[in-house]
Design a protein around this ligand. Sequence first.
Ligand SMILES: [Zn+2]
Ligand SMILES: [Zn+2]
Length: 71
Amino acid sequence: MADEYVHVTCHACEGAGCTYCDRRGWVEVRSPATACKSCEGDCCIYCGYTGWAGLRPKYDDPEASSSCHAP
Ligand SMILES: [Zn+2]
Ligand SMILES: [Zn+2]
């Protein structure tokens, strides 16, 4: 079963857009969205400074996977 991801507001910028969320103001995290256990939403290295646990890895982006992962 594929992981489900939900969009949540980036805690580092509170939706304004910053480098941690690719200036979108939100990030994708594994559903159900939970705050980072290490910082409880305060942003730390473990959550990529977004304040969320289960952050979707950038290499998991389907738009980027077609170019360099071909067999
Ligand atoms: Zn941000
Ligand atoms: Zn954290």
